[in-house]
Design a protein around this ligand. Structure first.
Ligand code: GLP
Length: 212
């Protein structure tokens, strides 16, 4: 309904089904402006573990998006402060229509780890032990997982007109229960979304298995 939407895209296994559907159904990306949510600090765009690489390999290479409309965080930056403030400026110029989110096993959204302020903006973060362990499945071994990342903030996420969070699989059941039923707290970053009326949560049966 809005061909020139600004869309913020995540990485992770959960979203792959959605990307396959967008590709299969030949959704028109000719006017879409895309941003990504997060990136490992220290990984170059061509590194196979980078989120830049992931998004190109799983989505952008197969849709008719214009190269100049793809905005990605560069993990190999030498000037982190400038990169983060430039990204926020760009997002101000192109307010996000839809952001699609996954959720980490510790409740992170993007790479906003437990303890992230609900007022946070794009910045560098230290990854938690849980995230490093969980994401090590994509690397040769746990030592290779970067310890830091760049992520848009919780406030950046909340500024989106629509927020869609996807969760699937049994390993998300515990955190989904806490996210929906627990207290709203910066200790569980996803709970920031519960204050927002523009959020849609889509979960499969397995992720839903601990909710009654
Ligand atoms: C990563 C990303 C998140 C993503 C999450 C879930 O750590 N930084 O943006 O939402 O993991 O990933 P998955 O869908 O593979 O469970």
């Amino acid at each position: 309904t809005k061909p020139n939407s600004v869309i913020c895209f995540p990485t992770g296994s959960t979203v792959l089904g959605l990307y396959n559907e967008l590709i299969k159904n030949k959704v028109d990306f000719s006017k879409i402006i895309a941003f990504n949510i997060d990136e490992y600090l220290g990984l170059s765009k061509n590194n196979k573990q980078s989120y830049n690489y992931f998004l190109k390999k799983n989505l952008f290479n197969y849709v008719n998006i214009k190269k100049q409309n793809i905005n990605l965080l560069d993990g190999s930056t030498k000037n982190i402060k400038k990169l983060c403030s430039d990204y926020e400026k760009k997002l101000k110029k192109h307010p996000i229509d839809i952001i699609i989110l996954g959720i980490g096993v510790n409740g992170h959204i993007g790479f906003n780890e437990p303890g992230s302020k609900f007022t946070s903006k794009t910045r560098v973060v230290n990854l938690s032990k849980e995230t490093i362990r969980s994401n090590s499945r994509f690397f040769k071994n746990i030592k290779e997982v970067p310890r830091k990342a760049i992520t848009i903030g919780i406030a950046t996420i909340l500024s989106s007109k629509k927020i869609v969070l996807l969760a699937s699989g049994k390993n998300k059941a515990k955190i989904i229960k806490k996210f929906i039923k627990g207290t709203i707290t910066e200790k569980l970053p996803a709970t920031a979304l519960r204050k927002n009326k523009n959020v849609t949560i889509i979960i499969d049966k397995q992720a839903n298995s601990l909710l009654d």
